[in-house]
Design a protein around this ligand. Structure first.
Ligand SMILES: [Zn+2]
Length: 162
């Protein structure tokens, strides 16, 4: 039995006490871009609850083209006005390189992917790069309120980079 069967069964208990959120737009008008890392749960890390923020996650917590797509929809259609980027210590994206991973895929599959993996060697620089991508995006409504944080997977504390 796959894990998905177990997860779907788990939902019965969740749905039994579920209280629906009154609206889909985030009540705190903030969008968070965070790494998908299993040790990082962005909402409680930042004192937020379901219904208060958009959470856009990917490998690295980088502001990729697809993250920008979600941010533009978040701001233009659902009213968010601030962006908080949360990357973290010991991120797996620092253990690979784009060139190496693409080569691995090319050898295994016979072709390179259309996307860039988005690996990085310098965590703080990666956060700065992602903040800059938000600041320079012409489609966003508000690019002035963007902050970049690093979550420490050992202490649970966040440190502001930008
Ligand atoms: Zn990560």
């Amino acid at each position: 039995m796959g894990i998905a069967d177990e997860l779907i069964e788990n939902n019965a208990a969740y749905a039994a006490t579920f209280e629906p959120e009154p609206q889909g737009a985030p009540s705190r008008q903030v969008a968070i871009v965070a790494c998908m890392d299993a040790r990082l749960d962005p909402l409680p890390v930042l004192g937020l609850e379901v219904g208060q923020a958009h959470v856009i996650r990917n490998a690295g917590g980088i502001v990729s083209n697809d993250a920008l797509r979600s941010l533009v929809i978040s701001q233009r259609k659902l009213g968010t006005r601030e962006v908080v980027i949360v990357q973290h210590t010991a991120c797996g994206m620092m253990t690979i390189t784009d060139e190496g991973f693409v080569e691995e895929l090319r050898e295994d599959v016979g072709e390179a992917p259309s996307w860039a993996p988005g690996a990085f060697g310098d965590l703080e620089q990666s956060v700065r790069d992602s903040v800059e991508r938000v600041r320079s995006d012409p489609f966003l409504v508000d690019t002035a309120h963007v902050r970049g944080l690093i979550f420490d997977v050992q202490t649970g504390a966040v440190r502001e980079v930008v």
